[in-house]
Design a protein around this ligand. Structure first.
Ligand SMILES: Cc1cc2nc3c(=O)[nH]c(=O)nc-3n(C[C@H](O)[C@H](O)[C@H](O)COP(=O)(O)OP(=O)(O)OC[C@H]3O[C@@H](n4cnc5c(N)ncnc54)[C@H](O)[C@@H]3O)c2cc1C
Length: 509
């Protein structure tokens, strides 16, 4: 019998395990479906190598439907560190306005003023650690490529951005910042600073923290509206039950709602169809899927321009506001160092991303079988406000390809097909069909006050209808912030971990 059992050693779960285990009175079990690598010398290269994402070796093998016209693979990390162990290491915070909007929805503990100390605590910013809005002593090291280390395409991208009139932004995490500059990244040299490395490496030495890897959570055990434990399939393939006073679900925005639904907590009609006994009808579970719709312009480069698939895939960023929008920094443009397969003609891509999303999708179970992955329907760009801003973003990107230092490197644009034209109507058709995920799913177990029918947990992560059950990961965000989501997930882990450490009684401990 543990005090605390955490499901999922990802960006949030690792931070929670580390912070909560600072309280020596809490006996904690951290469960992870994937493998655990205790030190970097035994960690496979796809996990340590920050130059590109790891897509298959430590992955859940999910598929998703970004739009009703397409299905494609949807990567999610299945290893300690979770998706932070396989990701691009972009270390960006949302805009202060995102968190203030969360607070306005009835979550006053998540305003910018309230989340900033956790953002500062999690980082060791090697460039701006002395600023009031940065930290210099946290577990996650963050740096930006200096000019001398920028690849020619990234130097050209920043030079073109200047010529096109975008502001220079040396620190994209400056809360007032906007414009083009180096990307803040949680990497040291080539080494990806995952949450496993940042949080679990030091915490695993504590006698009150046990990490159990290769253990797949099948469902929660609920008795008289109290969560008392979990049922797992262990590494030997046997079913086992584990018990704790409080369970924290940190399996991410896809798997957390799936585990809740498999446990009978979800939309009753959907569960009944799959013959899952309904424990509590919670229609909001799996709804409100929020993410960043994205589409890239792809260009073949001129002969003599070196494209190397082993280079860091990203180094720079442009955060800016769409013409006519009242949401600051609601668009992102990212220069990618290479695109396509190694055997393709040398090419790179420039990604356009809608950062403030209006549309919503949903997660549904395909089966009651815990080994069957859920269905992910994003419905990207069905909301015209998202479609029109992605169209504008693509048109803004195309200007980079027409004149200036970046255009000088380009032989031809190969996507979108120039023969179809780049007018708004043609691009609108394209984004509604081909927009894809920035891999930032959020919102599927939304936090909010009890009166909000869309809220499953309160602002401390406690489930409204089941006692001793806490949810803490990307799924509790009311909506995706205007930034890549890893730092915000770690911030969630920092806050809820700290509350568990300092005020265990709030969580039934
Ligand atoms: C390819 C890729 C690139 C990305 N690039 C960036 C980037 O550069 N910057 C950025 O900010 N964000 C990026 N993201 C997004 C970011 O990594 C995620 O938003 C963040 O890691 C999610 O944190 P989480 O704690 O919610 O979930 P995760 O980190 O995904 O953690 C969930 C954990 O739960 C475990 N789990 C799930 N189900 C079960 C089960 N049934 N039993 C036991 N364990 C289970 C998983 O294995 C996993 O370890 C990227 C994501 C991907 C996939």
């Amino acid at each position: 019998m543990y005090d605390l059992l955490i499901i999922g050693a990802g960006s949030s779960g690792s931070a929670i395990a580390a912070r909560a285990s600072e309280n020596p009175n809490l006996n904690i079990l951290l469960i992870e479906a994937g493998p655990d690598y205790a030190d970097t010398s035994t960690t496979p290269q796809d996990i340590t190598n920050s130059h590109n994402n790891s897509y298959t070796a430590h992955d859940w093998g999910l598929n998703y439907n970004p739009t009703q016209y397409r299905t494609s693979p949807f990567p999610r990390g299945r290893v300690t560190g979770g998706s932070s162990s396989v990701n691009t290491t972009i270390a960006l915070r949302g805009t202060p306005e995102d968190y203030d909007e969360w607070a306005d929805l009835g979550n006053d503990a998540w305003s910018w003023k309230e989340v900033l100390p956790a953002f500062n605590r999690l980082e060791r910013d090697l460039d701006y650690g002395d600023k009031a809005y940065h930290g210099d002593a946290g577990p996650v090291s963050i740096r930006r490529y200096p000019d001398a280390e920028l690849l020619p395409a990234h130097q050209a991208f920043l030079a073109s951005a200047g010529q096109l009139g975008y502001d220079d932004c040396p620190d994209a995490n400056d809360p007032t910042g906007s414009g083009a500059g180096p990307q803040p990244m949680n990497k040291l040299g080539r080494l990806r600073i995952s949450s496993a490395l940042a949080y679990l490496a030091p915490a695993r030495l504590r006698p009150n923290l046990t990490i159990r890897a290769k253990t797949h959570v099948r469902r929660l055990l609920i008795k008289n509206r109290v969560c008392i434990g979990i049922e797992v399939e262990n590494s030997a393939g046997q079913t086992e039950q584990l018990f704790a006073r409080t369970i924290v679900l940190s399996a991410g925005a896809i798997m957390s709602p799936a585990i809740l639904m498999r446990s009978g907590l979800g939309p009753a009609a959907q569960l009944s169809k799959l013959s899952i006994p309904v424990v509590e009808d919670i229609p909001a579970v799996g709804q409100n899927l929020s993410d960043h719709p994205a589409l890239s312009v792809v260009a073949n480069v001129k002969s003599g321009v070196n494209i190397n698939h082993d280079d860091p895939i990203i180094q720079t960023i442009l955060r800016y506001t769409c013409a006519g929008s009242n949401k600051r920094n609601d668009l992102q443009i990212e220069q990618l160092s290479f695109a396509g397969r190694r055997q393709d003609p040398p090419r790179f891509a420039i990604a356009g991303v809608v950062e403030y999303q209006y549309g919503r999708g949903e997660i549904r179970l395909a089966s009651a079988d815990p080994m069957v992955n859920p269905i992910i329907d994003n419905r990207f760009c069905e909301d015209s406000r998202d479609a029109s801003r992605l169209v504008t973003c693509l048109q803004d990107i195309l200007r980079f390809t027409q004149s200036g230092p970046l255009a000088d490197m380009i032989d031809s644009v190969v996507f979108p097909d120039p023969a179809r034209g780049f007018d708004a109507a043609s691009l609108d058709t394209l984004v509604r069909k081909f927009s894809a995920s920035g891999y930032h799913p959020c919102g599927t177990v939304k936090m909010g006050p009890k009166e909000d029918p869309g809220a499953v947990v309160d602002q401390f992560g406690c489930c409204h209808t089941i006692d001793n059950l806490v949810v803490a990961d990307a799924s509790i965000m009311p909506f995706v912030p205007r930034a890549n989501t890893n730092l915000t997930c770690i911030m969630i882990g920092e806050k809820i971990g700290e509350w568990l450490r300092q005020s265990p009684a709030r969580y039934g401990l």
